[in-house]
Design a protein around this ligand. Structure first.
Ligand code: FAD
Length: 540
């Protein structure tokens, strides 16, 4: 991979055909699609890749059962079928999980209507055979998960896929670079360059690390800036009204021993919403809330009210007395929803939409993580139809992402091979499985580093596999700040906060040595990591 300063130096002369603004999952998907069709592309992201909504979702590749309620059959059909495609191109990042829908007396989910909805869902999403739903009556339901038994009539059990949203984003970006594209994080688009006839012909950029300004010319610009779509549209016309409405969704994380679950659940709330509780690694996470949001988009925080709402709903559904003190982490994200007059936050459709300005800016917003590849195809098809670019057809349904270069039915043998390779460098089976679930077959490169950098890693206190992963991410995954690694490459802040508190200074020290940071920079980035850790468990 080209190093960052070389990429920055090339900005003036790059002249890509396409510039994509926004390195969340939507921009990352467009990047792979464009580059694989032969369009030379530059992707720029003002924070870290996946620093916006794409590291803050419920982390499911799902057909959106709830959209049946809104009669969004097309969304259900497309995203439901798309699950298989994502599973094929990123098998290491897509694990199937069974989810239970409890049916409660006087609840908003009726036994008959839920059966109907699941049957329609599975028909639209082409779910087959043993993957189809089952029903367990309350007598046959082994209630190890301490579901509230009063009024419990039973539960449906159906299939979803769990993913790692920020890793799905980064694996797309790595693939786009492998296909010849250029990607830069911490680089903000501040304005457009216009041609004589008033069409957008490039962007004005600010390197967020050095503060330097650059200009890059191009033929086309796509804004995939999620919650910032309106802001970017206003680069053209400061008076442009908002097209989006933002809602905040919060997730809370508990230790597995405090909230033990044998299955994921998706249950209805008293205010007619739906909440997930998902066992993952050694934790259970719960979400989400859905409230209108109008303030700081870069770092939305979890509030006391968000915590109270989720705790109340868990307590209503499970025989558990969880308290705020048992929350080990949390995250909150913003849904960029297309405004629909007269609808409440949870009623607004999650459909994606494309806006094209007179000066030729293509913007895409709304949609789901699950449908990112289809969104990319849709906007590029539109751009290609409206212009004279000659390109190859879309093939992203067949392009294996970085680390996912094996068949779905080879998952077990591929993992076993990784475990065997790991044992040769003293990595135990559990850690190898963990690395495989993050890096797929690229885990082999991490094992190689454990051999070649063994002596160097010994000079730090933390487990060598973490330093090898960090080194791999520094060289291959655009890690600039310690938070990039701890939050978006490894998910440690959310899922291993105890481990993070033990190794955080080793991460900072290793990066200080790698980048030769000054004391001031080291202090700045350490504070940034400490602040993220603080906000994950302290609520106002
Ligand atoms: P973002 O990820 O926000 O990316 C936009 C990027 O643009 C940001 O990183 C931002 O920094 C960058 N940017 C903005 N302005 C500029 C600029 N001027 N210059 C450079 N860069 C800029 N979907 C699912 O399929 N499954 C789920 O389980 C699920 N759960 C969800 C739960 C919650 C709480 C939320 C909020 C959403 C959930 N979603 C889910 C939806 C999904 O997460 C989003 O649809 C998706 O992540 C949006 O991605 P994006 O790339 O469009 O936006």
């Amino acid at each position: 991979m080209k190093n960052r300063s070389n990429t920055i130096q090339d900005l003036k002369t790059l002249n890509p055909q396409l510039i994509i603004i926004g390195g969340g999952i939507t921009g990352a998907g467009i990047f792979v699609d464009a580059q694989s069709r032969g369009i030379s592309t530059l992707l720029v992201e003002m924070q870290d890749f996946a620093g916006g909504t794409s590291s803050r979702s419920t982390k499911l590749i799902h057909g959106g059962l709830r959209y049946l309620k809104q009669l969004d059959f097309k969304v259900v059909k497309q995203t439901g079928r798309e699950r298989k495609v994502v599973k094929n191109i990123a098998p290491h990042l897509t694990q199937s999980i069974r989810v239970r829908l409890p049916i409660q007396k006087n609840g908003s989910l009726g036994k008959f209507s839920t059966k109907l909805a699941l049957t329609a869902y599975e028909y639209l999403a082409q779910v087959e055979g043993k993957d189809k739903h089952d029903f367990y009556s309350s007598e046959n339901l082994t209630n190890n998960d301490k579901l509230e038994p009063e009024g419990l009539k039973g539960a449906y059990d159906y299939l979803e896929y769990q993913t790692d949203d920020s890793r799905l984003t980064i694996e797309n970006i790595k693939k786009g670079v492998e296909l010849g594209g250029t990607a830069l994080n911490y680089c903000k688009v501040e304005a457009f360059i216009y041609s004589e006839n008033g069409q957008i012909a490039g962007v004005k950029l600010r390197d967020q690390l050095s503060g330097e300004h650059y200009e890059t010319k191009c033929e086309h610009v796509i804004s995939a800036t999620g919650p910032w779509v309106d802001e970017v549209c206003r680069f053209e016309d400061a008076q442009k009204p908002d097209k989006l409405i933002l809602t905040k969704g919060v997730h809370l994380v508990f230790k597995n021993e405090d909230f033990p679950l044998t299955s994921a659940y998706y249950f209805d709330t008293a205010d007619h919403r739906m909440i997930f509780t998902i066992p993952y690694q050694n934790v259970t996470y719960v979400g989400t809330t859905d409230t209108i949001y109008t303030t700081n988009k870069v770092d939305p925080h979890t509030s006391k009210e968000d915590v109270a709402y989720l705790l109340k709903n868990i307590t209503n559904r499970f025989q558990l007395k969880l308290t705020e003190n048992q929350i080990i982490s949390s995250w909150s994200g913003l849904r960029p929803l297309i405004q629909q007059a007269g609808k409440g936050p949870s009623e607004i459709s999650r459909k994606d939409e494309i806006f094209i300005s007179e000066a030729g800016l293509y913007s895409i917003a709304g949609g789901k993580l699950t449908g990112y590849r289809l969104m990319a195809q849709k906007i590029l098809d539109k751009l290609i139809r409206n212009t004279s670019i000659q390109v190859k057809p879309c093939t992203t349904d067949l392009i294996k992402l970085s680390g996912g270069d094996f068949k779905v039915n080879e998952q077990e043998s591929t993992l076993q091979n990784i475990i065997n390779q790991g044992l040769k460098v003293n990595v135990n089976e559990i850690i190898s499985q963990h690395l495989f679930s993050k890096f797929g077959t690229n885990a082999i490169q991490i094992f190689n580093l454990l051999k070649t950098k063994k002596e160097n890693f010994k000079t730090y206190n933390c487990p060598s596999y973490i330093l090898a992963s960090l080194h791999y991410c520094l060289e291959n995954e655009f890690v600039i700040h310690p938070t990039d690694f701890a939050i978006r490459r490894m998910g440690m802040l959310y899922f291993e906060p105890q481990l993070l508190s033990e190794v955080k200074m080793d991460i900072v020290n290793y990066m200080t040595d790698y980048y030769s940071w000054s004391t001031d920079i080291k202090i700045l980035y350490t504070e940034e990591l400490e602040t993220s850790i603080y906000h994950s468990t302290n609520f106002k």
